[in-house]
Design a protein around this ligand. Structure first.
Ligand SMILES: [Zn+2]
Length: 327
């Protein structure tokens, strides 16, 4: 029987169906209505099996949860100085096209810099955390991070990577539309390069959940793609401006972003994350192929300029929406 790796997670977890408190029984978390969530190798699978999933990995995680103790998971052992094989394989999927040449060749973990004030122990949630890069970034900035992702493979990798780096960060498998957390507990809710893959209806469902789990005066910070970004425009041109489907990126106008975040969470504002790509991080410049570095430097230069010249935000590709919960 598998027990929770982080028993103190029970203090913040709640049933994603009805919000009720959970208790641990051998191999499961259970709510008073008898909704059960399997614990697989110490990781709670907090997905709802009664709703359509948005990600194939959520279906896989649910199938493993069904098998309970009979599930056989691949045993991945990572040596002290090596980069986790899951991260080696998925780096371009999590970090973007400029990282394709780094697949299988990473010498270190690309940990971004979190553009937030010092955390001083504030509770931080990363929605769609994958292998945990933003949770690690948040921990370095003084936050107490918690990561959630629908993929059990990603979450297992996040546990391996953070343990390897000597960090104690709890991660759970779950769905942003039905966050398995109690109301009013997080100081910050963050999400990067995730909600763009959801339909606008599902995205709004996530934003309403972000509000629910935020404390009063807590803040959400979400990276989203701008429909008028230079690179965004090119990408839409390549797909012939057909409506997005499945996992396609949904491009938002600045106005639609402000309306969605203001109505779901509270007063919102936009800032520039970058140009010409959705994901390349200036903190990874030494890892990226030389031919891409000028693009990333140019993006960073334009981003800094945009703080003085707000109109430059109109053609930025990657935007941050910051939204405050006021009541
Ligand atoms: Zn329940």
């Amino acid at each position: 029987m598998s027990a929770l790796l982080y028993p103190h997670l029970l203090e913040i977890l709640a049933c994603p169906r009805d919000g009720k408190a959970l208790r641990e029984i051998p191999g499961f978390l259970v709510c008073p209505e008898d909704h059960r969530y399997a614990i697989v190798e110490g990781v709670p699978i907090m997905l709802r099996s009664d709703v359509p999933q948005t990600h194939i990995e959520a279906e896989r995680a649910l199938a493993i949860a069904e098998q309970g103790d009979k599930a056989v998971l691949p045993r991945i052992v990572v040596k002290a100085n090596e980069v986790d094989p899951f991260v080696q394989n998925t780096i371009a999927a999590t970090n973007g096209g400029m990282y394709i040449p780094l697949i299988g060749k990473l010498k270190e973990y690309p940990i971004p810099k979190l553009r937030m004030a010092q955390g001083n122990g504030a509770l931080f949630l990363d929605v769609g955390c994958n292998w945990g890069r933003w949770c690690i970034a948040a921990s370095r900035r003084g936050y107490r991070p918690v990561g959630i992702d629908p993929s059990l493979k990603s979450i297992r990798s996040a546990y391996r990577v953070t343990r390897q780096l000597g960090l104690q960060i709890p991660f759970v498998v779950g769905d942003g539309r039905y966050l398995p957390f109690a109301d009013l507990i997080f100081d910050r809710v963050f999400s990067y390069s995730v909600l763009q893959h959801l339909s606008k209806e599902n995205c709004l469902a996530v934003l309403r959940e972000v509000r629910r789990v935020l404390k009063i005066e807590g803040q959400g910070m979400v990276q989203m793609p701008n429909v008028f970004g230079i690179r965004s425009f090119y990408n839409q041109l390549r797909r012939g401006f057909r409506p997005p489907e499945g996992f396609d990126v949904r491009y938002w106008t600045r106005k639609a972003l402000l309306e969605a975040f203001s109505s779901a969470i509270g007063p919102s504002q936009l800032s520039v994350d970058g140009y010409f790509s959705l994901d390349a991080q200036i903190s990874d410049i030494h890892l990226l192929p030389r031919r891409y570095r000028p693009i990333v430097y140019a993006s960073e230069g334009l981003r800094k300029l945009s703080a003085k010249l707000p109109w430059m935000g109109f053609f930025a590709d990657s935007l941050y929406v910051t939204a405050a919960r006021c009541d």
